[in-house]
Write a protein that binds this ligand. Structure first.
Ligand code: ZN
Length: 406
């Protein structure tokens, strides 16, 4: 039998054990304190014990945080030595979850996972419990077969992904854990057929504009300055100008260009016969990573100046979110090639591309580590009746092991 068939056989034999693992893991609430929870400490204690009981190495890296009862946010690191190829292949799964939301929208108790029709239902089973199960059981499978990964293999079970990774992956990055020659897979994004390998993201800018004019009765408009009118003109010209200037294409992305969308519009006056003295709205910018966000901000400022001068308004803005995307992982990077090959073995045609922003693979790309986000899932993160498909969990475990051996 080939090594890949051996791996498949062991993973299949562990099916019931893996289901129990994920149910037990997700029975311990780990809601991020930013969503009103107590954090992932208790879940991490359980997971560290589980790894020890299975004779897997585990190192605990804690970070002080007063917002949780234990005062600490835990990160677990479990490494297997490789057979000599330089560098470490990292996998990172996050232990924290978002809150359950409105319990009336759940058909089952989100914190007592239920196995039904080949799926497991519960908060955090997909985001990101599935990844943790696949990571743990790919280690168990390799150990059971006495197989050694090519590079060192590092499994990271991290905190705080749902609130920006300050106490998780960013902390580990600041500690100098990642070195040139390393590569990474973040199993925290994916599509139902497992074909999409995410290598890039756009920069995100959420900009809230406030246009101040002068309120007046709408029968006497010459006594005021209509902030709603000027704000509308400004929004349209801004968006049209930027769409024209930043219209280059990058076929890694869908859509393959930067996007500029007028989104939120905030309440102004309470009567139809009042000229608004204030207009507030947001624009969501998603910019291809080849552009510097500073260039976009400079364009915003120049147009704001023109409008202030021409219409005697005051225009201010603040950023509700500003994240500069790092340069993409090359589609030619070894980790992309190895994952693509493993997927082809699985009968899947890989599609390599970028998304609109927001995975923690970006933290590693920022350090120059080739990182991909990939897994097989129905994209139920943060939704009621979140579930994970047991077959996906098994297949992804085999893929993780294949990647480590490639
Ligand atoms: Zn996640």
């Amino acid at each position: 039998m080939s090594t890949i068939e051996d791996v498949a056989g062991v993973v299949e034999s562990l099916r019931d054990e893996m289901v129990k693992f994920l149910v037990d893991l997700c029975s311990i609430p780990a809601v991020n304190p930013s969503f009103g929870g107590k954090g992932e400490y208790q879940r991490a204690v359980w997971l560290a014990n589980f790894l020890e009981e299975h004779h897997l190495p585990v190192e605990i890296m804690e970070v002080d945080d007063d917002s949780v009862p234990e005062g600490k946010r835990p990160n677990l690191v479990s490494c297997l030595p490789g057979s000599g190829e330089q560098g470490t292949l990292w996998f990172a799964g996050h232990m924290d979850t978002v809150a359950a939301g409105d319990l009336n929208t759940w058909e089952t108790d989100p914190f007592s996972p239920v196995v039904r029709d080949g799926r497991i239902y519960g908060r955090g089973v997909e985001d990101n419990g599935q990844a943790i199960a696949c990571m743990v059981y790919s280690l168990i499978t390799l150990k059971r077969l006495g197989l050694q990964p090519k590079k060192d293999l590092g499994m990271l079970f991290v905190s705080d992904e749902e609130a920006g990774s300050t106490y998780g992956l960013k902390y580990l990055a600041d500690q100098g854990l990642f070195k040139p020659g390393d590569e990474a897979l973040i199993p925290d994004a994916g599509v139902p057929d497992g074909s999409f390998i995410e290598v890039a993201e756009k920069s995100i800018l959420w900009c809230r504009f406030t246009v101040i004019g002068k309120e007046t009765h709408s029968s006497q408009p010459h006594n005021g300055i209509n902030a709603g009118w000027v704000g509308s003109l400004f929004a349209v010209e801004l968006i049209e100008t930027l769409r024209l200037k930043y219209r280059d294409r990058d076929l890694l992305f869908d859509p393959p260009y930067s996007t500029f969308e007028l989104t939120q519009k905030f309440a102004n006056v309470s009567s139809p016969n009042v000229v608004p003295g204030k207009d507030v709205f947001t624009v969501d910018f998603r910019i291809l990573p080849s552009w510097d966000l500073d260039a976009v901000v400079s364009d915003i400022e120049q147009l704001a100046t023109k409008y202030e001068y021409q219409y005697k308004v005051a225009i201010s803005y603040d950023f509700l979110q500003r994240v500069s995307a790092p340069l993409p992982t090359s589609p030619e990077a070894a980790v992309v090639k190895k994952l693509s090959n493993a997927l082809i073995q699985r009968g899947i045609s890989p599609k390599i591309g970028g998304i609109g922003g927001g995975t923690c693979a970006a933290i590693l790309r920022e350090l120059g580590i080739p990182a991909v986000a990939w897994s097989t899932l129905d994209e139920l993160a943060h939704q009621p009746n979140e579930y994970t498909i047991i077959n996906n969990m098994l297949e992804d475990t085999k893929t993780f092991a294949a990647l480590a051996l490639a």
